[in-house]
Design a protein around this ligand. Structure first.
Ligand code: NDP
Length: 240
C-alpha cells in the first residue's frame, strides 16, 4: 500500500477534492475537519475520518498518531483547513481577525509541528500549505485574511529553509478564486456581493477544486529530490 496522506479541511472544497483524487490513486488517508458526516459520506477505502479542530493541538496530534499506527508514518500532510472572513480593518469585528489567524496560521503551524520531527528523523516527507494569491499580493477587504495568508507564505518559506537539509519538502500553493464554500462564511453581505461582482467581471471562474487537487498531487508525486516550492494557480481569466 502507498504511504499515508493527511488532509485537513477535507469536509469541503479543495480538501474534499484532494481526498477523492488521492484515494482514486490508492493512498490511505486521514481526513480531518470539524464536520465528520461530510467526510464519512465520501465512503473512501482505507480512510480514517476524524472530527478535529486544527487549532486544538492535542486532538490533531492524537488523530495523526492513531492513523500512523494503522497506515504507517505520514508521508504527506496537506494543511488545507482555512476560513475567509472578508472585511477591512476599520469595520471588521476583531473576533473575526482572531478566528482567521488562529485557524489559518496557528492551525498550519500545529500541523507542521506534529509531523516535522518524524519527517526529519527519517529524512523524507512532504508538507503542503495552502496559502493564496492573497498571501502574496493585497486585495480590498482582505485585511486579516491577507495577514493570515502572508503569514502562511512566510512560515512556509522559513520551514522550507529548516527542513530542506533533512530532505523534507515544504511547499506552498497559492490559488486564486475557485468556487467552494469559502466565501459563504463572510458575514458582510455587501462584501460577498462585491466579491461576486468582481468574479463576474473576471468572467466565468472555470477552474475547479479538482484542478487544484490534481496540481497538488502532481507536485507530491514528483521525486522526493524535486521541490516545486511555490505554485500560483488561478483561472486563466483572473488577471489580479
Ligand atoms: P471551504 O470553505 O470549502 O473548505 C474549508 C475547509 O476547512 C472545510 O473542510 C472546513 O471544514 C475546514 N475547516 C475550517 N476551519 C477548520 C478548523 N478550525 N479545523 C478543521 N477544519 C477546519 O474552502 P476551500 O476549499 O476553498 O479552502 C481550502 C483552503 O484553500 C483554505 O485554506 C483557503 O484559505 C485556501 N484558498 C481557497 C481559495 C478559493 O478561492 N477557494 C483561494 C486561495 C486559497 P469544517 O467546517 O467541517 O471544519
Amino acid at each position: 500500500m502507498k504511504k499515508l496522506v493527511v488532509i485537513t479541511g477535507a469536509s469541503s472544497g479543495f480538501g474534499m477534492a484532494m481526498a477523492k483524487e488521492f484515494s482514486d490513486s490508492g493512498y490511505p488517508l486521514l481526513l480531518l475537519a470539524r464536520r465528520l458526516d461530510k467526510m464519512e459520506a465520501m465512503n473512501l477505502p482505507n480512510t480514517i475520518c476524524k472530527s478535529v479542530d486544527v487549532t486544538d493541538f492535542d486532538s490533531f496530534k492524537k488523530a495523526i498518531e492513531e492513523a500512523s499506527t494503522v497506515y504507517g508514518e505520514v508521508d504527506l500532510l496537506v494543511n488545507n483547513a482555512g476560513v475567509m472572513l472578508l472585511g477591512n480593518i476599520e469595520n471588521q469585528d476583531p473576533k473575526e481577525w482572531k478566528k482567521m489567524l488562529d485557524i489559518n496560521v496557528l492551525g498550519v503551524m500545529n500541523g507542521m509541528k506534529i509531523v516535522m520531527d518524524d519527517m526529519k528523523k527519517r529524512q523524507g516527507g512532504t508538507i503542503v500549505n495552502l496559502s493564496s494569491i492573497a498571501g502574496i499580493q493585497p486585495f480590498e477587504n482582505h485585511a486579516a485574511y491577507c495577514a493570515s495568508k502572508y503569514g502562511v507564505t512566510g512560515l512556509t518559506s522559513v520551514a522550507r529553509q529548516e527542513m530542506s537539509k533533512h530532505n523534507v519538502r515544504v511547499l506552498s500553493i497559492n490559488p486564486g478564486a475557485v468556487n467552494t464554500e469559502l466565501l459563504s462564511h463572510t458575514t458582510s453581505q455587501d462584501i460577498i456581493n462585491g466579491y461576486n461582482e468582481w468574479k463576474d467581471s473576471v468572467g466565468a471562474i472555470n477552474i475547479t477544486a479538482t484542478d487544484v487537487a490534481k496540481t497538488i498531487k502532481f507536485a507530491y508525486e514528483l521525486p522526493q529530490y524535486v521541490s516545486l516550492r511555490e505554485i500560483v494557480i488561478s483561472d486563466t481569466k483572473q488577471d489580479a
